[in-house]
Design a protein around this ligand. Structure first.
Ligand code: FPP
Length: 249
């Protein structure tokens, strides 16, 4: 941890928590066993992110496509989300962590939605780490939804089509007000973005590790941040421009 450059921490880290099912099956257990162990990693990584000084952490917990998994796994995951989130609220409050959910929450069972609303309200006043859970989320859904919001505003005469620009579009996304992630981590060896924050990850550094999500802990997070800090972020500029900007600071 002491090797981290405190002046170059990513403000926002996004994580695709992958590999729960494989981790469980490798041990002859069913997939839900992996998801239950995945919760331990969530707890440890949230704690570590807050300790390191990360301001926003987005976790991809359930994609729109995940609804097509076997009904038993979907039901087990919903129960796990509701139980875990309700149970974690006191600790979130103790650690000043604010919880937020993004995704097509209208697809969730009503009792799950109520539980999410309650935990969001109970942590709303916290001013520390913002923990964003993507649930029933897919980026294409979010982008199409944003297009509909803006189209309605144009139809209602509140907005001119030619005034639609990147910041305005970003405000119609579910991540409104949240800065783009600088670092995206995906566990368990897959090198894909899988419909996650496609608009917001435009300039993110991507970090892939073979570690399965249930094995992912604070040292893995630190390793990912150190890797991020070793990269030169050019945003389309040349290396020389970036170096001279740094020198003039
Ligand atoms: C991906 O592994 C993981 C999921 C689809 C679920 C993630 C859920 C948790 C970590 C549980 C707790 C989360 C919160 C926010 C309380 P996979 O099932 O795709 O694994 P596989 O690729 O090995 O099959």
């Amino acid at each position: 941890m002491e090797n981290l450059d405190q002046n170059r921490l990513p403000k926002h880290i996004a994580i695709i928590m992958d590999g729960n099912g494989r981790w469980a099956q490798e041990q002859g257990q069913d997939r839900l066993f992996g998801h239950y162990h995945g919760v331990v990693s969530v707890r440890k990584v949230v704690e570590a992110a807050a300790e390191i000084g990360i301001q926003y952490l987005t976790l991809y917990a359930f994609s729109t496509e995940n609804w097509d998994r076997p009904a038993e796994e979907v039901a087990g995951l919903m129960t796990l989300f509701v139980e875990t989130i309700a149970k974690e609220v006191p600790d979130l409050n103790k650690n000043n962590i604010q919880l937020q959910f993004i995704g097509d929450l209208s697809q969730l069972p009503p009792e799950a939605r109520t539980a999410l609303d309650v935990s969001t309200a109970q942590t709303a006043a916290n001013t520390g780490l913002k923990l964003i859970i993507a649930l029933s989320y897919s980026s294409r859904w979010e982008i199409v939804n944003a297009a509909q919001i803006l189209a309605k505003r144009v139809l209602d005469g509140q907005l001119a089509a030619e005034d639609i620009n990147e910041p305005l579009f970003a405000e119609a996304l579910s991540t409104k007000g949240i800065p783009d992630p600088e670092l995206m981590i995906r566990t368990s060896g897959e090198h894909r973005i899988s419909n996650f924050l496609l608009f917001q990850l435009a300039y993110a550094e991507l970090y892939f590790t073979n570690t399965r999500w249930p094995d992912f802990r604070k040292p893995h997070l630190i390793e990912a941040i150190l890797d991020y800090q070793s990269r030169e972020r050019r945003f389309g500029k040349t290396s020389a421009q970036i170096t001279s900007n740094e020198e003039n600071k």
